[in-house]
Design a protein around this ligand. Sequence first.
Ligand SMILES: Cc1ncc(COP(=O)(O)O)c(C=O)c1O
Length: 404
Amino acid sequence: MNAIADIAKMSRRADFPGLPEGWHYLDTAATAQKPQAVIDAIARAYGEDYATVHRGVYRRSADMTIAYEAARQRVARFVNARSSDEIVFVRGATEAINLVAQSWGVSTLKAGDRILLSQLEHHSNIVPWQLLRERTGIEIDVCPLTADGRIDLDAAEAMLTDRHRLVALAHVSNVLGSTLDARRAADLAHRVGAKILIDGCQAVPRMTVDVQALDCDFYVFSGHKLYGPTGIGALWARGELLDAMPPYQGGGSMIDRVTFAATSWAPPPQRFEAGTPNIVGALGLHAAIDYVDAIGLDAIEAHERALVAKARDALSAINSVRLFGPADSAGIVSFAIEGVHPHDIGTILDEEGVAIRAGHHCAQPLMDHLDLPATARASFGIYNDEDDVAALARGIERVTRIFG
Ligand SMILES: Cc1ncc(COP(=O)(O)O)c(C=O)c1O
């Protein structure tokens, strides 16, 4: 079977009620559309199955508790955690990174300690560390990029010292689609005694992730980019790290015993899930993981890489288009057109039924590095096919005609 037939065969468009005929959704890196299986799971969880978790003595609540914990086990299996106790449900990657910064960071780091980020990080993997810097006096170093837009691990190796306590890097760039050699990054961090946090937001929807094989210490992602609901995501951390971490928020469900004199904490992961959790979100995430796993992450990765290759070919044939990121970028293509603001590109494409993202993509330091205020970004998912690439190319040709 040739590559074109493969792409058409892989596209799951019919599973997605949010994708009407003729609309080309190319903004999956911002958030993925939801398959009917996920919408159904959410409707069931809010409908016939709805009840709270962990507290009820009645059957429905006991069943919901089992379903909520089954979702945790599903996430654990999805990233190959050693135990579901290593999975903390959070609102998303942003909350997960803030949790690590405010719990592990505040309890472990002190003035003069250093952490290493990279030039391409999303703001959610920059600002929490700046807040931590204000609280503790740590120093932040920034790893540069290679010419084709990857985190330069040779530079990281030269920069890391025994004063570094943490390396925190994106597994896949949300702007450039470049993929980190996360295992090498982990080895470099561990060689100087630092921990490593991987921001897996853009990786888990498009490649197999095995936290044990990567040998990382923290791994975070959001459910809504993985075809699941908003408001749910996961922090995976090594069990021994979570055991030693103090709570991030206080309230119900995260305690062992409360008195006015003193309170003791529940063990992880409950210690980090204060309050009534996003029960329905967890069940929706479970359904989303079942959905992508049934297709297979390796097949999804191959599908998106084929689409990216086609998109890069089509766009590079248009003279005024400048492409960013490496040729083998994963699912994401950022570009600019000489003399045209990305917002104008986005608006004209919208008139053509093509939805892309235009802006700084919550990565202003990367925009500074590219010396641009913004880029246009097309990002792919399992529902896209070559029609979407063709519509993108047609739209860009129209942009270049309009702007002469
Ligand atoms: C690489 C990366 N990290 C972190 C985030 C933040 O995710 P969320 O807003 O779901 O917490 C995003 C979202 O765009 C992202 O692409």
